[in-house]
Design a protein around this ligand. Structure first.
Ligand code: IPE
Ligand code: IPE
Ligand code: MG
Length: 239
């Protein structure tokens, strides 16, 4: 495989995607393969994420949306949901200053139901702190479900007594309002499914599935996925 700087040079020859979405899957299997507790896999996953966010800054990507915790993940046993949410809270505290220095806007998307007051406050504060930055927009999907997002949007419309709506206007009722739709969706961990992620927004996204488990997902593979995307012909139903 080529080096990071070679890959960045290659990638700069063609237009970048505006928005990349990632399903960060495979933390549990990574931990299991090393006979470690699952939470250790999630912890390694935060390190992989940091490397990817850094390379997004290097290439000047505009939007990155990452799936950190789904509305379905509450089904997990042994307090894993609470452990993951605590890890998200601690990681945010640890990284927020550096993200701000690196000009990142960080925004959390998802339902606030079941999210602790202390995490909710940190989510709001970190957006307030970074909202005027001009670099990467990092959208973190926590307690996120695509179907719930659509239903919440419809309920807002009903409350506002809206009688009919266009496709473009409906996008403004989603958590991702103001963001372009993802051009590229990456899923690590080997599963070939969407798992209720951004189901409205990915209608025409290009897909990149890899068997690499999330903690092992490298900036090099990420850059290679973008180069692969740049070679595709997107027709949007045309010819
Ligand atoms: C993804 O990794 C992270 C979360 C869903 C929180 P998993 O925990 O789903 O890892 P696997 O799929 O069990 O390997
Ligand atoms: C999707 O992974 C959710 C996140 C990565 C946060 P899951 O591991 O929950 O997906 P399924 O259960 O295999 O579909
Ligand atoms: Mg999984």
């Amino acid at each position: 495989m080529k080096s990071k700087s070679e890959l960045i040079l290659a990638l700069k020859r063609n237009p970048l995607p505006q928005h990349i979405a990632i399903i960060m899957d495979g933390n549990g299997r990574w931990a299991k393969s090393k006979k470690l507790p699952r939470i250790k896999g999630h912890f390694e996953g935060t390190k992989a994420l940091k490397r990817i966010v850094q390379v997004c800054g290097d290439i000047g990507l505009n939007y990155l949306t990452i799936y950190a915790f789904s509305t379905e993940n509450w089904k997990r046993p042994n307090n894993e949901p609470r452990a993951v949410l605590t890890l998200i809270e601690n990681t945010l505290m640890k990284e927020i200053r550096e993200l701000h220095e690196n000009n990142v806007v960080i925004k959390f998307i998802g339902s606030r139901e079941g999210i602790s007051g202390s995490l909710a406050k940190k989510m709001d504060n970190s957006y307030e702190m970074t909202r005027n930055n001009t670099g990467l927009h990092l959208l973190v999907a926590v307690n996120y479900g695509g179907r719930l997002e659509i239903v919440e949007g419809i309920n807002t419309l009903l409350k506002e007594n809206v009688k009919s709506i266009t496709l473009e206007d409906f996008s403004r009722y989603l958590y991702t309002k103001n963001a372009p739709d993802p051009d590229l969706l990456i899923r690590t961990g080997g599963e070939m499914r969407i798992s209720n992620y951004l189901i409205w927004q990915i209608a025409y996204s290009e897909m990149y599935f890899t068997k690499t488990l999330w903690p092992d997902f490298s900036p090099e593979e990420f850059l290679q996925a973008i180069i692969d995307f740049q070679r595709r012909s997107r027709r949007f139903g045309g010819v």
